[in-house]
Design a protein around this ligand. Structure first.
Ligand code: VG1
Ligand code: CO
Length: 544
């Protein structure tokens, strides 16, 4: 069982993005590529000798191979123990829970989330720290610096570990423990939500639902929780067998990529409730019969109704949302008299606020909601939260949404994505709008005046760290906004995201089509940013 040292040379493209390092599988398959990044993670850390590392992934192609590589390297680098999800599988929120529950030093999560999988698809890897959350920028920057100066990595010459049976096995001087993380996670959910009441709703004969795991990681979790513990019939659960290529699909739970579920939910005889999650189980989409709840509205509704669930009966400390997420939650925070924080995109920015007890609920417009129960967004948690609300209120999703707007007004919201466009063009577009900057202030477009135009910078209220260039904001005096960002999770060219928001308080105007309600702002964005010109596209790839 020899520890060996392999010499290597740096790769210049290993800078982590919004959520770890994501690349095409072929890039990861280059000799030493994965090993370099893993060793760079270890090199950036201190005092982990003898400690516990959690390892698992979303089950996509290359997951099993990568786990064997990581385990050998963790043993060779001196970790005392590795906790691995059975079959090498851990949803992102379950991994976060395992790190916290076992007081691990940290964890390596293998996921490219909703990006397509398979031999020609994407792969990803990220490091989470001991609070269970994604490494903060200080650590991802240190990892990147290590990738640029790496000259050797450590590994063992050993056969593969058995990942499929729960139990312990030695690997060099490290102990590997294969764990059943599904039941751990299910038990955590049971502490937060009223399973008896949800069970009663589901078995009342008055309620029907569908859940779509999109052939990705949440399948086994959904079977354990929704079927075994809450009693849904098997035909309620769609695509719950995880596949290495996610069935050739694009497990991004939105109106475009979760088409099968959307088709089921938008008829006059549709089920009462529909939900889906993404590749690694941290995102969620919530649907009612003929009704779509935007993630921003979902966050606001969960916050306003949190006291109806056992886990949040005592109230919530505060809410955090990413900057491009709509301001619907701000109105709830104001009414509840609690703090509201606006952070940059990416879950890593919520960690400090959650650790400090300043916020309980967090959300992103990109179908991510979560709470202080873990340090990642959590897809099934959001589904169970909604089921708990439906079980208590006994109203339809559409009625809950409608009455929320009646109380708070509606923040019309949409995101337009231009995927895989030419990176130079997208960069020029951003540079142009950035240069216009403060000169836009006071200018009028479509009857609105611009109050502020800037490049969002965030000062973390807990540790004072500063994160700049987090998205271009154009804010009007009436609170309407246009936000432009380049994605930090894509693997091809650039993906431009443009976010639109406008507030409506008029009771007669709460049920417009979102695209129509935002037409003016969509036109203004074209006028200012010349999107067609710089992207060469007539229309967005995805509208959510
Ligand atoms: C996207 C989303 C962001 C999310 C990130 C990771 O990032 O916009 O809100 O946190 O994905 O989610 P970007 O940089 O592409 O806009 V996940 O579920 O892909 O891990
Ligand atoms: Co995800």
């Amino acid at each position: 069982m020899n520890r060996i040292e392999i010499s290597t040379r740096p790769f210049d493209d290993q800078q982590p993005g919004t959520s770890g390092l994501r690349k095409k599988v072929q890039v990861f398959q280059q000799p030493h590529y994965l090993e370099n990044f893993v060793q760079s993670i270890f090199n950036a850390l201190q005092d982990y000798r003898g400690k516990v590392l959690v390892v698992g992934g979303d089950g996509r192609y290359y997951n099993r191979h990568a786990i064997q590589v990581i385990l050998r390297m963790a043993a060779a680098n001196g970790f005392g123990k590795a906790l691995v999800g059975q079959g090498g599988l851990l949803s992102t929120p379950a991994a976060s829970h395992v790190i916290r529950k076992h007081a691990a030093f940290g964890g390596i999560i293998l996921s490219a989330s909703h990006n397509p999988a398979g031999e020609d698809g994407d792969f990803g890897i990220k490091y989470n720290v001991d609070n269970g959350g994604p490494a903060p920028e200080r650590i991802t920057a240190a990892i990147h610096a290590e990738t640029l100066r790496i000259s050797r990595y450590l590994t063992l010459e050993t056969p593969d570990i058995d990942l499929d049976h729960v139990g312990g096995q030695p690997l060099g001087e490290m102990q590997v423990e294969v764990i059943d993380a599904v039941s751990d996670y299910a038990e955590l959910m049971q502490t937060l939500f009223d399973f008896d009441r949800i069970h009663a709703l589901i078995n009342s004969g008055l309620f029907s639902m569908r859940f779509d795991a999109m052939h990705a990681i949440t399948g086994p979790y959904a079977v354990e929780i929704l079927e075994n513990r809450l009693g849904v019939t098997p035909d309620t659960l769609l695509n719950c067998a995880p596949r290495e290529d996610f069935g050739g699909g694009h497990p991004d739970p939105n109106l475009v990529y979760a088409r099968d579920l959307v088709d089921i939910m938008f008829t006059s005889h549709s089920p009462d409730f529909g939900a889906a999650s993404d590749g690694d189980g941290d995102r969620n989409m919530i649907l009612g019969r003929n009704c779509f709840v935007t993630p921003s509205d979902s966050l606001a509704i969960l916050a306003a109704n949190a006291h109806l669930t056992p886990g949040y009966r005592q109230g919530i400390a505060g809410i955090a949302r990413s900057m491009p997420t709509s301001q619907a939650a701000d109105r709830v925070a104001e009414k509840l008299g609690i703090e509201l924080f606006e952070t940059p995109t990416g879950w890593k920015f919520f960690g400090n606020l959650l650790d400090a007890g300043r916020v309980t609920l967090c959300g992103e417009e990109s179908f991510g909601t979560g709470s202080a129960h873990v340090r990642e967004k959590d897809g099934l948690w959001a589904v169970l939260f909604w089921l708990n609300l439906l079980a208590v209120r006994r109203e339809s999703v559409a009625d809950i949404l409608g009455s929320h707007w009646q109380t708070y007004g509606r923040n019309y919201y949409s995101r337009h994505d231009y995927e895989a466009v030419d990176a130079d063009g997208a960069g020029q577009l951003m540079a142009r709008v950035r240069e216009l900057g403060t000169s836009l202030k006071g200018k009028r477009y479509a009857g609105r005046e611009i109050a502020l135009s800037d490049d969002f910078a965030y000062v973390d209220p807990i540790d004072g760290s500063i994160s700049e260039h987090q998205g271009l904001r154009i804010i009007f005096t009436d609170g309407s906004r246009i936000v432009l960002r380049l994605s930090g999770t894509g693997t091809q060219g650039a993906t431009l995201r443009i976010y639109f928001e406008r507030y409506e308080a008029e009771r007669e105007r709460l049920h417009l089509d979102a695209q129509q309600a935002l037409t003016d702002l969509i036109g203004v964005a074209e006028e200012i940013a010349k999107i067609r010109h710089y992207t060469g596209r007539d229309a967005p790839t995805v509208i959510t």
